[in-house]
Design a protein around this ligand. Sequence first.
Ligand SMILES: *Cc1c(COP(=O)(O)O)cnc(C)c1O
Length: 384
Amino acid sequence: MNETPSRPRAEIDLAALRANVRALRARAPRSAFMAVVKADAYGHGMVPCARAAKEAGADWLGVATPGEALALRAAGLEGPLMCWLWTPGGPWRQGIEAELDMSVSAIWALDEVTAAAREAGRAARIQLKADTGLGRSGCQPADWPELVEEALRAEAEGLVLVTGLWSHFACADEPGHPSIALQLDRFREMTAYAEERGVRPEVRHIANSPATLTLPESHFDLVRPGIAMYGVSPSAEIGVPADFGLRPVMTLAAPLALVKDVPAGHGVSYGHQYVTQGRTTLGLVPLGYGDGVPRHASGTGPVLVAGKPRTVAGRIAMDQFVVDLGGDEPPVGSEAVLFGPGDKGEPTAEDWARAAGTIAYEIVTRVGARVERVHLGETPPPGE
Ligand SMILES: *Cc1c(COP(=O)(O)O)cnc(C)c1O
């Protein structure tokens, strides 16, 4: 036999990612585009996805942690790069030297970043974050005047450059939710205040994926989509990816590791939560919760096995789970597809989210480090 060995893997269709970036950019034609590639690009592989997004016209990259941002720089990604989740100790100095746009929500962070700028002998690029209602990070309206004044003072001393004013939505995935209009009003007020006091931002931004897809008035100078770029819908209320010309980027699949006959009344997997009704065949899928397959989908997760829709039988274990093949005997090594674009009959990440009682963001993002990422459609570096 001379076949390519198949193994558990997440195939990442970079051509689909590029097309998704172009489709999203077309929805916000007057705004710059920040490709959000935090959390290993929602499980899709940070560096290849960042490169592909930039090839398709993304102007900015966005991540949560300084570690993520510095890893992008170490991999050679240049250009505007924003990083928003800082804790005491930074590393602010490295952030300044890597020319990151660093989010500041509070005076403690402004103090630390200005001290680092003094040491470095150069200005830090900072973006002031307003809490317009999310109630997570960002500066409360009552504390905003002080943060703006202190930032302007540091700017006058040449320690910082305030490059952006920004915020984040709480309920943009529920179109029409009353908090959306309230947050937009507050964002306009808080940015107007800062600009009246003398802040000259390069960019003002608040739109995540659902807002990029459904709320043009939220696009301002820049949009910041994450999940939609990976071809996954932010919520059922927003719609399915195809409604917006988006295509899922990740396919999670594995070869069957075993196919066997079992008698009626046979318990399957830990706890015997599934018992065979009659004589049947079982297929073993070598992926489990150690690979990010949610254990909450035990007994409910959908899988396409050798072209037929099946359901997880019994508990999902750390490394593997079982499907009842109902007497079929596909050869060992046959493909089990957990999710993908859906056009060959395979389930989608949204289907798994429903089966596990979670959101599709979590399904793709939690695919574990043990699962090989196979990036398809990578552009070779120049000279190769
Ligand atoms: C994750 C994140 C985004 C992207 O959100 P999506 O819903 O995936 O588009 C944008 N902005 C911030 C601050 C984020 O944390």
